[in-house]
Design a binder for this molecule. Structure first.
Ligand code: NAP
Length: 265
């Protein structure tokens, strides 16, 4: 089997790289010999991660502090990476304001659209053109099971994640014909710093208990090139069959919304 770095290297860009799922992608790619451009807003955690990856794997690592929801994000990504041969782009960052839809200011909802919709749209367009021009490459967009159905307390976030899944699936078909593999990585609850700090009512058993970031990213790197979209882990796949195929839509919305309300109200 071809090594990942031969298919998608030598450089990868991870947008939203410094902690949780993004840090796990970065570590796995460095371990496989990729040079990296790591992006997040805070430079402290980026510097720490970059120096540990250089030390552990001897790869080149660049860091850039960029707000991926800002209109200038793509110019900054271009400036950070145009002189190196990027073969893999991962959009991982997201903004997820949690609460009743009307209690969250509309500006916060707009910020979620900027980071979770406009960010991946603009970056996929930019890196999509670059990767098609070089004739091969890969793009992973991080999505969420909350995008399968409307969900109370995260109604707008869930809608942005539906966008991410559907965008990736369309690009899987279009760009796949031009040598570029695209994957929507559809995670369920995952034990990242932002998820762990969101509530003290995280279920620790049953179908909804969180996965580890390393398991999510290992599967995504395996699934890239094999399918358009992949739900992370067997428990989440089982839950997705229940939500998407077995339950009526109203029942699925109710079930997930009640669980989310229980966690966050
Ligand atoms: N954790 C879960 O339970 C879960 C479940 C389903 C799907 N997902 C998806 O998985 C992805 C990662 O989630 P996560 O829980 O690891 O954490 P996250 O809070 O979405 O993202 C973490 C990383 O992204 C960076 N980031 C966030 N906003 C940014 C911005 N505006 N500009 C640049 N960088 C930004 C953070 O660094 P800075 O703060 O320094 O910018 C950090 O490195 C998201 O797309 C999320 O929707 C997560």
């Amino acid at each position: 089997m071809t090594e990942l770095v031969d298919r998608y290297g030598p450089w990868a860009v991870v947008a939203g790289a410094s902690e949780g799922i993004g840090a796990s992608f970065s570590a796995k790619l460095a371990a496989r010999g990729f040079n990296l451009v790591l992006v997040a807003r805070r430079s402290g955690p980026l510097e720490e991660l970059a120096s540990s990856l250089r030390h552990a794997h001897g790869v080149e690592v660049r860091i850039r502090s960029i707000d991926l929801g800002s209109p200038g994000a793509v110019s900054a990504l271009r400036e950070a990476s145009e002189d190196v041969d990027v073969g893999l782009f991962i959009y991982n960052a997201a903004y997820s304001p949690i609460g009743a839809f009307l209690d969250i200011e509309v500006e916060a909802h707009e910020k979620a659209v900027a980071v979770n919709v406009l960010g991946p749209l603009r970056a996929s367009h930019y890196f999509g053109r670059r990767l098609v021009a070089r004739g091969k490459g890969g793009i992973i967009l991080m999505s969420s099971m909350s995008g399968f159905q409307g969900t109370a307390m995260v109604a707008n976030y869930a809608a942005t994640k539906a966008y991410d899944t559907i965008l990736a699936e369309g690009l899987w078909y279009e760009l796949g014909q031009r040598g570029v593999d695209v994957l929507a990585c559809i995670a369920g609850a995952t034990s990242t710093p932002s998820y762990e700090s969101s509530t003290d009512r995280i279920p620790r058993s049953g179908l909804a208990r969180p996965m580890e970031p390393d398991d999510v990213t290992e599967q995504a790197l395996r699934d890239l090139g094999a399918r358009p979209a992949a739900v992370s882990g067997p428990r989440n796949r089982l839950a997705s069959i229940l939500l998407r195929r077995l339950l009526r839509r109203e029942a699925a919305i109710r079930m997930v919304s009640e669980e989310t309300e229980h966690m966050y109200r």
